[in-house]
Design a protein around this ligand. Structure first.
Ligand SMILES: [Zn+2]
Length: 122
């Protein structure tokens, strides 16, 4: 994660920029679906929580690159370029609080743009 709902912030911004060409519902479903793996691993007590679903190869299956990118910044167990590399060069490039703030700001901005666009179309 960041906590899964925070991924909707960038999703709202993408929706605001792409309009009908981007499904926020499908995006949200994919965000939740890929965080099932860490949830199951937490329940099993695994030491590595973010596996295949949190790699760019795994993201190819459901188009969740932004999720892998954002989670790479905050989770030390992630290997986003696996199986090609075990490194995570994005880890801690910004404080986690800033990451959450960025997600919220993107979400608020995206919602405001969508709201303005909706009002203009009426
Ligand atoms: Zn995640």
């Amino acid at each position: 994660m960041p906590f899964t709902p925070f991924h909707m912030g960038p999703g709202a911004a993408i929706k605001a920029m792409t309009g009908k060409y981007f499904s926020l519902m499908v995006f949200g479903f994919a965000q939740v679906a890929m965080d099932v793996e860490p949830l199951v691993r937490i329940l099993r007590g695994d030491s590595v929580l973010h596996g295949f679903s949190h790699t760019y190869v795994g993201a190819l299956l459901i188009g969740t690159f932004s999720h892998v990118f954002l989670d790479s910044i905050m989770h030390s167990d992630m290997q986003p370029f696996s199986p090609f590399s075990a490194s995570n060069g994005l880890l801690h490039i910004m404080p986690v609080g800033w990451l959450y703030l960025l997600c919220v700001l993107l979400g608020v901005s995206g919602l405001m743009i969508m709201l303005a666009a909706g009002m203009r179309n009426k």
